[in-house]
Design a protein around this ligand. Structure first.
Ligand SMILES: NC(=O)c1ccc[n+]([C@@H]2O[C@H](COP(=O)([O-])OP(=O)(O)OC[C@H]3O[C@@H](n4cnc5c(N)ncnc54)[C@H](O)[C@@H]3O)[C@@H](O)[C@H]2O)c1
Length: 261
């Protein structure tokens, strides 16, 4: 970090991280802890969530796993309540839960469309719906939503994912308008290809994984994919007081993906 001491940027913050057990979400959780935040980890119940909670607790973090299905209003509501009760308040929310479903428009299964919209769009709405009253009670805060460069560019077989990430951007702008007067900033991050999570899933199912990996690298001006920690650093920045006048913004963390188009 250029020799600067950048630790402690989130000192005093209590963050709810949705999708915390995932490739990007877990990197965000680790970065938030490193910067001094307490973290509530929301994800589906399972070993990955338990292991992350144990890892962070062993490192001395103030951490609580709140297992929930992000598509269930009652589960998200009770996860937010558990987190806020445990830590006494919430000051920030990161929405990094998501799924990938692919298919061309004339072949896409209705069920895949519904699942995609339920997790990627409704999930963000529900997390905001239940976290916002708690953020207001804390006197303000920050919401960061994971969108994607896919919000701006189509690709073969990804129209539904693209639509879901476009919806996340629109939702970000709308909620930012509503919450500005309450001192709550709302921003989105648009990564290109990240060397984690979805990308690894796509590599595993690709006919030629090394070709896909090369294409993923070549898609960026910087000639490589993002490390998940580079997305996490952007989430730290947007959540921190250093971004105190930034709201309603989509931050491309894309290694120049967009300017190659
Ligand atoms: N990996 C990339 O290249 C990339 C690029 C741009 C944007 N993104 C976005 O970043 C976010 C994280 O992606 P990732 O690559 O880390 O994927 P990931 O699959 O590793 O993480 C997603 C997490 O969401 C959780 N999740 C899914 N459905 C859920 C549900 N119903 N309830 C609760 N949790 C649920 C999963 O369990 C998982 O832990 C997604 O929103 C994705 O769209 C990823």
């Amino acid at each position: 970090m250029n020799g600067q001491n950048m630790s402690g940027q989130l000192e005093g913050q209590v963050a709810l991280i949705a999708g915390a057990a995932g490739g990007i979400g877990s990197s965000i959780a680790r970065a938030f802890v490193r910067e001094g935040a307490a973290v509530a980890l929301l994800d589906r119940p399972g070993d990955a969530l338990d292991a992350l909670e144990a890892e962070l607790a062993a490192a001395g973090a103030r951490v609580l796993a709140v297992a929930a299905d992000i598509t269930s209003a009652s589960e998200v509501s009770s996860a937010v309540t558990r987190a806020a009760t445990h830590f006494g308040r919430l000051t920030s929310l990161v929405n990094a839960a998501g799924i990938l479903r692919q298919g061309r428009v004339d072949a896409m299964l209705e069920r895949d469309w519904d699942d995609l919209m339920a997790v990627n769009v409704k999930g963000v709405f529900l997390a905001c719906k239940y976290a916002v009253p708690v953020l207001k009670a804390a006197g303000g805060g920050s919401i960061v939503n994971l969108s994607s460069v896919s919000a701006f560019v189509g690709s073969d077989g990804s129209f539904a994912y693209t639509a879901s990430k476009g919806a996340v951007l629109s939702l970000t702008y709308g909620i930012a308008q509503e919450l500005g007067p309450h001192g709550i900033r709302v921003n989105a991050i648009c990564p290109g290809w990240v060397d984690a999570g979805f990308t690894h899933q796509a590599m595993r199912s690709a006919a030629d994984p090394s070709l896909l990996e090369q294409q993923a690298r070549d898609a960026h001006v910087l000639g490589r994919m993002a490390a998940p920690s580079e997305i996490a650093d952007a989430a730290v920045f947007l959540t921190s007081s250093r971004a105190s006048f930034i709201t309603g913004t989509a931050l491309n963390v894309d290694g120049g993906f967009m300017i190659k188009r």
